[in-house]
Design a protein around this ligand. Structure first.
Ligand code: FES
Length: 173
């Protein structure tokens, strides 16, 4: 996605921002930055640079401070991703127990490079930092919400089949 595109703050979104800002003292409204970023991501699927600039202006903070948040936390998507985002942990403890192999298996199975999205727009595969579940390695996180543990090749194949079946059944309904 181009960073050149505009982001127009709708009244509805501004109202959601205002509800978050109201949770903090007026002089600390920047504390709502993560919530505002999450709102934009819920609505758009990702947070564009243009949206970050709008949030910075809304909260009265430097744009660079907003970029620092979105680039630090990989739950924020900085581009449009697939319907299912699979974040495979490749930090050292997971590396020692198959994290890299899990990533490579998924990429090979889906025919994408790391960070890539399948041609049907269904699945994006990314590596990620520690997810706090090192004892369950290899692990991955689906759409920043659902943790999957002990992801052997067989379990990875099952997960992909489940996601594909889910997409097919929801397309019929
Ligand atoms: S290193 Fe993978 S969850 Fe901690």
């Amino acid at each position: 996605m181009s960073d050149q595109q505009q982001y127009l703050l709708s009244e509805a979104t501004a109202a959601r921002f205002a509800r978050e800002v109201a949770k903090y003292p007026a002089e600390q409204k920047q504390s709502a930055v993560m919530a505002c970023l999450s709102i934009v991501q819920q609505e758009q699927g990702y947070v564009s640079r243009a949206a970050e600039d709008v949030i910075a202006a809304y909260l009265g903070m430097p744009a660079i401070a907003v970029y620092e948040v979105t680039t630090f936390y990989n739950m924020y998507n900085q581009r449009q991703l697939g319907r299912f985002k699979l974040n495979v942990c490749t930090n050292l403890p997971c590396q020692l127990r198959g994290g890299q192999q899990a990533l490579e298996h998924l990429c090979g199975k889906l025919g994408v490079d790391e960070g890539g999205t399948t041609a049907d727009g269904l699945i994006t595969v990314q590596k990620s930092e520690c997810q706090g579940a090192c004892a369950d390695a290899p692990v991955l996180l689906v759409n920043d919400r659902q943790m999957c543990s002990f992801m052997s090749n067989e379990r990875l194949d099952e997960l992909v089949a489940t996601l594909q079946a889910h997409a097919q059944s929801s397309a019929k309904n």
